[in-house]
Design a protein around this ligand. Structure first.
Ligand code: FES
Ligand code: FES
Length: 174
C-alpha cells in the first residue's frame, strides 16, 4: 500500500492505495465520485477525462499514486453552489448530449480548450475533442455547445460574428 494525499474537487483526501490502482477507480470506488465514467478498456474514449494539476488527463491511464500531491478536478467539481458553469449550461441548452456517457469527458476537454483558447473555431473545437468519443450525437451539437459557451453563437441557430472578428457557421464541419 502507498499513502497518497490528493485534492479532489477542493477536498483533501488521504488514503492508502494499491500502487496499481487507477485514478478513475480511486475516484469512483474509493471516493464515490461516479460522475467520472469509464467508457472503454483501451484509454481512447476520453469519458474518464479529469483535470490533473491544470491539464486534462484520462484518469483510466493514470495511477492514483501518480496523483499524490496533485489537485484533481472532476466534472462534479465544476458547478458552484448548484450553479452550472456556462459550459455546462451550453451543453444543456444546445442539446450537446444524448445518453450523456461521454459528456463529463467532453466538458472537461472543452473546458481545457476554452482556458487556452477562449474563442476557438469549430475546427479547433473538433481538434481539441478528437480524443473524446461520442457514440450518440454525431458531434454537431457538442461542437455547437462549446462554441456557444465561447460566446461565438447566440444559441438560436443563427450565424453569429465571433468576438475575434472571424465568422463561424452554425453547422460545424469535420
Ligand atoms: S475510460 Fe478512460 S479513455 Fe475510455
Ligand atoms: S451522448 Fe452518448 S456517448 Fe455521447
Amino acid at each position: 500500500m502507498t499513502h497518497i494525499k490528493v485534492n479532489v474537487d477542493g477536498t483533501i483526501y488521504e488514503d492508502d492505495v494499491e500502487p496499481r490502482l487507477l485514478l478513475v477507480h480511486y475516484l469512483r470506488d474509493r471516493l464515490g465520485l461516479t460522475g467520472t465514467p469509464i467508457g472503454c478498456d483501451t484509454s481512447n474514449c476520453g469519458a474518464c477525462t479529469v483535470d490533473l494539476d491544470g491539464a486534462t488527463a484520462k484518469s483510466c491511464s493514470v495511477l492514483a499514486v501518480q496523483a499524490d500531491g496533485c489537485a484533481v478536478t472532476t466534472v462534479q467539481g465544476l458547478a458552484k453552489d448548484g450553479e452550472w458553469t456556462p459550459l455546462q449550461r451550453a451543453f444543456h441548452e444546445q442539446h450537446g448530449l444524448q445518453c450523456g456517457y461521454c459528456t463529463p469527458g467532453m466538458i472537461m476537454a472543452a473546458r481545457d480548450l476554452l482556458r487556452e483558447n477562449p474563442h476557438p473555431t469549430a475546427e479547433e473545437v473538433r481538434g481539441a475533442l478528437e480524443g473524446n468519443l461520442c457514440r450518440c450525437t454525431g458531434y454537431q451539437n457538442i461542437v455547437r455547445a462549446v462554441l456557444a459557451a465561447a460566446g461565438q453563437q447566440d444559441g438560436s441557430g443563427t450565424q453569429a460574428q465571433a468576438p475575434s472578428g472571424q465568422q463561424v457557421t452554425e453547422e460545424a464541419t469535420a
